[in-house]
Design a protein around this ligand. Structure first.
Ligand SMILES: Cc1ncc(COP(=O)(O)O)c(C=O)c1O
Length: 451
């Protein structure tokens, strides 16, 4: 007899990640297909994607070249062991990726997610210092309000209280510097804020406290995404770089969100002109189609491991699916799509007319800031094709106002994302001015009636 618990209408079994499960299951928001800039939901309504899925679908949905590459690859080579064996597309992809960055950043380690990229980068940093004879450098530094995925290393260096408090002692030997969000001085800044370079001095202070001889690496998101689009103040990242150099500390940029065109440049390193020692990526690498991540690292780091007998594994780390053939095929087709359509610079600032097919950053900025003065709005910020609208919290009920905005926007046909009481926006990079108009007009309606 069929098990009566098995039913497509039974929503109970699936414990949904980072979701208010009970709320969702009472009133499900079910997406059933997607094309270009739009999802379609189970009720047959079009939902404009204001968030590139989860900051990942940078090339837009169901792009033919990517779809075809995945389908062809599945029929040709579905899987190849990742350890002691290889397949050509992984090497081709690594070369293509490293060619996108200046020359010392010339090696790539493949993972399957942003969280895994972070764990990989942290482990490389620790093992690098040990390989160089500096095994006392065991401490890892992160920043308040940093998001580096959900594994133990990532939540330890991360700075989100709810992601940490339930999980015991986490990784030991970790410390944090302050975040840079400073509404008092920087509210309604367009682009990079003026004030706050001195937040980087925290790093000297933490280093002095622990002594540089104990510190392996600092990890930061160049622009913190998940905690609400926190844009680094002028001069801040440069200062972090200089302090890390001074004390032989590796600097890791977590570009899981900022990588692959989000800021109007291929990577945040291009936008800010600051080069870290390692870069973690995921999401946009395959435009969200097949799970994949990649850690970029400088030659000096790779070389530090390449010694000892040649038959011995140099780095005891990797995943069954590192460089999975489907992910590599998807990534190669994604890079082609980005290049053919100029998507990695689509969010650049541009004084030209809207709709001229060039950078949309200026249009995006002007449109978002037109919401200034709407009820509850205490800040609007933007960089590239990312933006945030910060709302005043309802006293005693933090997150509720923004969550209501999310529900109302979805009802009106636009998918936004909220974190705390901040609305975060990051549309696919194929976005056009009329989509931006639709997002902003919908938000204006939502904000007008928001409790
Ligand atoms: C900066 C950053 N690092 C890491 C992650 C984790 O990525 P994933 O969810 O693919 O594990 C995210 C996800 O949003 C992120 O924004």
């Amino acid at each position: 007899m069929a098990d009566t618990r098995v039913s497509t209408n039974n929503l109970d079994s699936f414990w949904m990640p980072f979701t208010a499960n009970r709320q969702f299951k009472q009133d499900p928001r079910m997406l059933v297909s997607a094309k270009g800039m739009y999802y379609k939901n189970a009720e047959g309504r079009q939902i404009l994607d204001g968030t590139a899925g989860l900051w990942c679908v940078n090339a837009g949905h169901a792009r033919p070249k990517i779809v075809e590459a995945i389908a062809t690859q599945a029929g040709e080579l579905d899987y190849a062991p990742a350890f002691q064996m290889g397949h050509p597309k992984a090497f081709e992809l690594a070369s293509r990726l490293t060619a996108m960055l200046p020359s010392p950043m010339d090696h790539v380690f493949f993972t399957n997610s942003g969280s895994e990229s972070v764990e990989t980068a942290l482990k490389i940093a620790l093992a690098y210092h040990r390989a160089k004879g500096n095994g006392s450098k065991f401490r890892l530094l992160g920043r308040e309000r940093g998001y580096h995925g959900v594994n133990f290393g990532g939540i330890s260096v991360g700075g989100i209280v709810s992601n940490r408090k339930m999980f015991g002692t986490l990784l030991t030997g970790v410390d944090h510097i302050r975040h840079t969000h400073d509404l008092e001085r920087n509210a309604f800044t367009r682009g990079v804020p003026e004030h706050g370079e001195e937040f980087a001095d925290d790093l000297e202070q933490v280093i002095t406290l622990h002594d540089p001889s104990t510190i392996a690496a600092l990890i930061v998101e160049p622009v913190a995404g998940s905690t609400g689009v926190l844009i680094p103040p002028k001069g801040y990242l440069e200062k972090l770089r200089a302090i890390c150099d001074k004390h032989d500390i590796l600097l890791i940029f977590d570009e899981v969100i900022t990588g692959f065109g989000r800021l109007g440049t291929p990577f945040a390193v291009d936008y800010f002109g600051v080069m870290p020692d390692l870069i973690t990526t995921a999401k946009g690498i395959t435009s969200g189609t097949v799970p994949m991540g990649a850690v970029f690292l400088q030659k000096k780091i790779y070389d530090a491991f390449m010694n000892g007998p040649e038959h011995v594994i140099e780095f005891f780390h990797g995943y069954t699916y590192s460089g999975h053939p489907l992910a590599c095929a998807a990534a190669l087709a994604t890079l082609d799509t980005y290049a053919e359509e100029g998507l990695l610079t689509k969010g650049a600032m541009d004084a030209d007319e809207p709709g001229d097919g060039k950078g949309l950053g200026t249009y995006w900025q002007t449109a978002l800031h037109s919401l200034r003065g709407m009820p509850h709005v205490i800040d609007i910020r933007n960089i590239g094709l990312v933006g945030a609208i910060e709302l005043e919290s309802i006293p005693g009920a933090p997150t509720k106002r923004a969550f209501n905005a999310f529900l109302k926007a979805y009802e009106k046909g636009v998918m936004i994302r909220t974190t705390g009481d901040i609305i975060a926006l990051s549309p696919p990079l194929i976005v056009e001015d009329h989509h931006i108009d639709e997002i902003v007009a919908t938000l204006a309606m939502v904000l007008k009636d928001l409790e």
